[in-house]
Design a protein around this ligand. Structure first.
Ligand code: C2E
Length: 808
């Protein structure tokens, strides 16, 4: 391994050099004989010119860099003193040794000292940068004074007598020197206060000038003392030069640092940054800009937007730039720029750049990609205004829209309609086919509704199976009825939902502005009430709002609220109606019927509250309560009537709810009742509603050994093939056919037919609502098996039933 030794060159620092050269001058001058005037003169001229040049150099730097902080803060006294003294010294160096020669030098010392001494005043301490005019004025005044005094020699006091300096000359130098020393003291104090290193150097500079002024007293022209104080002045000027050079170098390196920092920011930001001239030519663009659009600097610099981007995009940029130039302020825009994956949105801050004279010379821009943010914002707006499932406007959006149209209708005095739409028995679809099918049906309904409405109408989904339509300009009420009919017809046509053929019958309520309400909430509420009325009136129809409805609806809501509490408050109970064999008149069974003893309204009929419970999940808890109470009640009757069958009414929704078989099994086991004695009654319409009910009946009910009866037979539209497929054992003739026997011959014929049908299907027939002996006789003769009705007994309490029919 070899080691290379290298000698580093000896470097003399620049500042030291500034001291060495005047030293050399001094050394040379000290050994010069006094009569070597051909050397004295040029040497002297060089020294003085050096001083003058330093003074002017310092002044010019101040003028050039006056905006730079390090220069701007220099006290005005410094450049003021240096300039005046430098200029006078220049004149002094230019004249022949004599009166004017000494005068100009003495004046320089005096005026320079005076100027530096102003540092003790607030004027002199002011920043030089703010007083460029004072600087210029004083420089001109000095030049004028020098020129004048040279031209008017009689005005100058005598400076030389017999080759010696006169008193005037001495006084000027002495006072000037004293003022310099005073300034040195002041600058030193300033340094103590402000800690600015250059103040101390300027203090040294003044001290040297001051000492030179005092040394003048001891000298004559060209003697050694003469050269001594000249060298001192040379040093003083050198100190000033050192200070300025230091400052400028510091400033330049500061500038470079700042430039590098700005470059770093410019090129490492994720935003696009660019500077264009006032004509739109690109002057600078950052790296991100180049990378993003795939440009090289020559492809962009000097080019306008229309040379770089599609015309419609460039036009927007140029228009925005123009707006900034015209306003003269920072402005913010949303701009769109082309990317490989389409247009991106940018938030652009653009502002004018001004020169020292406040003239706009360029425009700068910072553009940040906010595409993701905009997309998220859009998603939020959509979420806030649109229904996720169907894509229709949601309640919020509808309400805002309705409010606007109410205002328009108010101004124009026109009519406006709100249609509140609810799908009949939609819950059954969800319960029986599952939620995905329900969702799919809702989507198809939304689509059909949207297709149906005009462009100016609005369809929204409020939630669940509730939709609402706004017809913003309606001529007359009948026009709304036509739309409602169209909707009902369109929705009654079958939907193909995952292979299931479904129809979505709908009930529609209509409210009109201004007749039925003048604000959003009232119009929606009243349309909703009208919709309930349509449901009550038999569904798949429309109803207009009437004032009577408000009362009915609030009554209905109160009832529903009370019904929710009825079980826990023990307000429900069962009554029992016996069923007899028509042939033998023996007791065959009993139907249990629910009753609600309302604390205020008294006895409420199940015909009133069961449909209400079926609208919500309440029917599930009520149905369960009935099952449990019925099985519990019949349990002790087994001993006295082991074959007594008990009929229990079931709602179709109970069949679709999970766990019904399990519940019946556990109840029958718990109370020791045979499932074969339980006759479940299902209404004809409920049975025909869904295939799933049939599936439950075929699989679960049959497996449990339960008996199944079709209630209200003859009122619905049973398909005979489906009837045949069901594991039912009984048909129950609806009371409406029995009650008008013998008056209504049609009813008698229908009753006979139902009995005949049951016979053909080998089913047991029960007639309900038998009130007279004649009816019983007719039914017996027609071949009906079982009868129940007031003729035999009204529904009675369990205790009374047991007492009357089962014996104690
Ligand atoms: N005018 C007259 N009426 C007679 C005569 N014999 C019986 N009735 C009445 O006819 C209805 C027969 O019950 P339904 O057809 O199952 O019709 C029932 C049934 O659909 C439903 N319901 C009653 N209890 C329950 C229950 O526990 N669960 C369910 N899901 N529905 C029930 O409420 C309906 C009405 O029940 P109710 O008011 O108890 O009315 C009962 C009963 O009191 C008669 O000779 N003349």
């Amino acid at each position: 391994m070899t080691t290379r030794l290298s000698a580093s060159p000896v470097r003399v620092p620049f500042y030291s050099q500034l001291m060495i050269y005047p030293g050399l001058v001094l050394a040379v001058s000290l050994f010069l004989p006094e009569d070597f005037s051909y050397i004295h003169l040029p040497l002297h001229a060089v020294i003085e010119a050096y001083g003058a040049l330093v003074a002017l150099f310092v002044t010019s730097l101040i003028l050039l860099f006056h905006r730079d902080q390090r220069i701007a803060e220099m006290p005005l006294a410094v450049p003021l003193g240096l300039t005046t003294m430098g200029l006078l010294d220049m004149f002094h160096a230019a004249v022949e040794p004599g009166e004017a020669f000494v005068w100009l030098h003495s004046l320089a010392t005096f005026v320079g000292g005076l100027m530096f001494a102003t540092v003790c005043t607030s004027f002199g301490r002011r920043p030089a940068s703010e007083n460029l005019v004072s600087l210029a004025v004083s420089a001109l005044a000095v030049i004028a004074a020098a020129v004048l005094s040279l031209g008017q020699a009689q005005w100058i006091p005598a400076m030389l007598a017999d080759g010696e300096f006169t008193l005037w000359a001495r006084i000027l130098n002495l006072v000037g020197g004293g003022l310099f020393l005073f300034a040195a003291y002041q600058l030193n104090r300033l340094y103590d206060r402000q800690g600015e290193k250059n103040h101390r150097l300027f203090a040294l500079h003044c001290a040297l000038f001051g000492t030179a002024g005092l040394l003048f007293e001891l000298s004559t022209i060209w003697d050694a003392a003469w050269w001594w104080w000249h060298v001192m002045r040379l040093l003083a000027y050198s100190v000033a030069l050192v200070i300025m050079v230091q400052r400028i170098l510091g400033t330049l390196s500061e500038h470079e640092k700042q430039q590098r920092m700005l470059d770093g920011i410019f090129n490492n930001t994720s935003s696009l940054m660019y500077v264009k001239d006032t004509q739109g030519h690109h002057l600078h663009v950052n790296r991100r800009y180049l990378d993003l659009f795939g440009f090289t600097p020559p492809q962009v610099l000097g080019k306008k937007d229309e040379e770089l981007f599609p015309l419609e995009v460039a036009e927007v940029f140029t228009c925005n730039d123009r707006e900034v130039l015209e306003s003269g302020h920072l402005l913010q825009f949303e701009e769109r720029a082309p990317h490989a994956d389409g247009l991106h949105t940018y938030l652009s801050l653009k502002f004018p750049l001004r020169d020292g004279h406040d003239q706009t010379y360029a425009i700068a821009g910072i553009s940040t990609d906010i595409t993701e943010h905009k997309r998220a914002e859009q998603r939020l707006i959509e979420m806030a205004h649109y229904d996720e499932l169907t894509g229709l406007p949601n309640r919020n959006y509808f309400m805002q829209h309705l409010a606007q149209h109410i205002e328009i209708a108010r101004r124009h005095g026109s009519l406006l309609a709100v249609l509140f739409l609810d799908l009949d028995r939609f819950k059954n679809v969800n319960d029986t086919l599952g939620h995905p099918c329900g969702d799919s049906l809702l989507k198809q309904v939304a689509l059909r509704l949207s297709d149906l409405m005009r462009r100016e109408d609005l369809v929204a989904r409020l939630g669940g199976d509730e939709f609402v339509c706004l017809l913003p300009s309606v001529e007359h009420r009948e026009q709304v009825a036509q739309v409602a009919k169209k909707i009902i017809d369109a929705l009654s046509r079958s939907f193909d939902v995952d292979g299931h053929e479904l129809s979505a019958c709908s009930s529609i309520g209509i409210s009109l502005y201004p007749d039925d309400g003048s604000d959003v909430d009232t119009l929606i509420k009243h349309a909703d009430s009208a919709m309930y009325r349509a449901k009550d009136q038999g569904r798949n129809r429309y109803e207009y709002y009437t004032h009577e409805l408000t009362r009915q609806v609030s009554e209905r809501f109160r009832l529903e609220r009370d019904l929710r509490r009825a079980i826990e408050r023990d307000e429900l109970y069962l009554v029992w109606q016996p069923q007899f064999c028509l042939a033998t008149e023996a007791l065959i069974g009993a139907e249990c019927l629910i009753r609600w003893q309302h604390p205020e309204h008294g006895l409420v009929s199940p015909a009133q509250f069961i449909p209400l419970a079926e609208e919500s999940d309440l029917i599930l808890s009520i149905g369960d309560w009935v099952l449990c109470s019925a099985i519990k009640t019949m349990s002790p009757w087994r001993a006295r009537a082991p074959n007594l069958k008990v009929s229990i009414n079931l709602s179709p929704r109970q069949l679709s709810a999970a766990g019904l078989s399990q519940r019946i099994r556990s109840l029958t086991e718990q109370y020791g009742v045979s499932p074969g004695l339980i006759q479940l009654e299902l209404t004809e319409s409920g049975l025909m509603e869904s295939q799933d009910v049939n599936a439950w009946l075929q699989q679960e009910a049959a497996a449990l050994g339960l008996l199944l009866s079709i209630d209200d037979f003859g009122t619905g539209y049973s398909s005979l093939s489906r009837l045949k497929a069901l594991p039912i054992n009984q048909l129950k003739i609806d009371r409406s056919f029995v009650m008008d026997i013998p008056e209504d011959k049609n009813d008698m014929a229908i009753t006979r037919s139902i009995i005949g049908l049951a016979r053909g299907l080998e089913l047991e027939v029960v007639a309900e609502g038998v009130e007279t002996a004649y009816q019983a006789q007719f039914l017996r003769e027609a071949g009906c098996d079982i009868a129940q009705g007031y003729y035999y007994s009204r529904p009675i309490s369990a205790a009374e039933f047991a007492a009357r029919y089962l014996g104690r």
